[in-house]
Design a protein around this ligand. Sequence first.
Ligand SMILES: NC(=O)c1ccc[n+]([C@@H]2O[C@H](COP(=O)([O-])OP(=O)(O)OC[C@H]3O[C@@H](n4cnc5c(N)ncnc54)[C@H](O)[C@@H]3O)[C@@H](O)[C@H]2O)c1
Length: 336
Amino acid sequence: MRAIRSKKIRVLVTGGAGFIGSHLVDALIAHGYYVRVIDNFINGKRENIAHHLSAGSLELSAGDVTSSRDVKKAVKDMDTVFHLACLGVRHSIKDPFENHRVNAEGTLNVLQKSLEARIKKLVYCSSSEVYGTAEYVPMDEAHPTKPCTVYGASKLAGESYARAYYKTYGLNTVMLRPFNTYGPRSHHEGDAGEVIPKSIVRSLGGRSILIFGDGWQTRDFTYVEDMARAIIAASLCPKAIGKTLNIGNGSEVSINKLTASISKITGRPQSAVKHGPGRPGDVLRLYSDSSLFRSMTGWSPRISLEEGLRKTTEWFAARPAGISSLLHQEKGINWR
Ligand SMILES: NC(=O)c1ccc[n+]([C@@H]2O[C@H](COP(=O)([O-])OP(=O)(O)OC[C@H]3O[C@@H](n4cnc5c(N)ncnc54)[C@H](O)[C@@H]3O)[C@@H](O)[C@H]2O)c1
């Protein structure tokens, strides 16, 4: 690892080769930060950060957030840590122990090593999945946390550890609860595959869009560049230290309506939709109240769902591998 001499703000992004992490890296580098990434590439992709690696603008520390040695090396000389590395919700259905180990224990490891390295601030990316299904909407931070999946539970554990490190040891942590996020580089493949990229790839490839359950589940979607901007805003806001904050668009859309919009954008008829089994532990309703975060940071989303879906579709349509190769990686039912 090369020695740090620059006067820039030095930040570590865990999971920085992933979907949101790589957009966060783009935004941080554009704002003049010195950026290091730790990722084990289990779901992250080198191509997501290759443009920075070839330009020499990013330091890569390939490693595992559950390893004390890897994380100790990664946090060395950093000012701020953005902790995003984790395994996803569908992974948690088939491998709950591994999911817990990375999401909860890995977070504890990152917190401890950050404390030892005297990191000035740690921003933890939790998830709206900590809430479980909405008991009232819109959901503010006082909404009960009753996660439906081991993923949601492990993210809540990580978030609780981040809060505990603030209260017990004085580590400056910020706990963020992003709602669903989508955009270029989102996962269409394997157990990481999410509804928007999966539906776009299936639709572009001439296959029926697959909806798990009746499609009346709702989500609150934020475009990934807006999310990256929000995460940076949180890191720059002194009042956010020790706080738990929702980040969401503040609108609710059913999966049926969402997939109808995708069909329209890709030029496929709405009839080309089929319903599969409901996903175990699927949350029925998520709709954020992010007014606390907005008032604290001045952040608001800039990209509408319609525009974001269009940009995401264009990105998938332009993949050099071609749609048939993407279709091959799209697994349909992807939690078994
Ligand atoms: N995508 C969403 O809709 C969404 C919504 C709410 C919260 N979040 C949170 O945002 C963060 C990023 O999510 P994402 O959608 O970009 O997921 P992602 O899977 O694309 O990114 C996670 C990254 O972590 C890496 N990783 C996994 N295990 C690791 C380990 N043991 N050591 C090192 N790296 C490891 C993966 O390779 C990947 O690059 C996560 O903390 C997630 O809980 C995401």
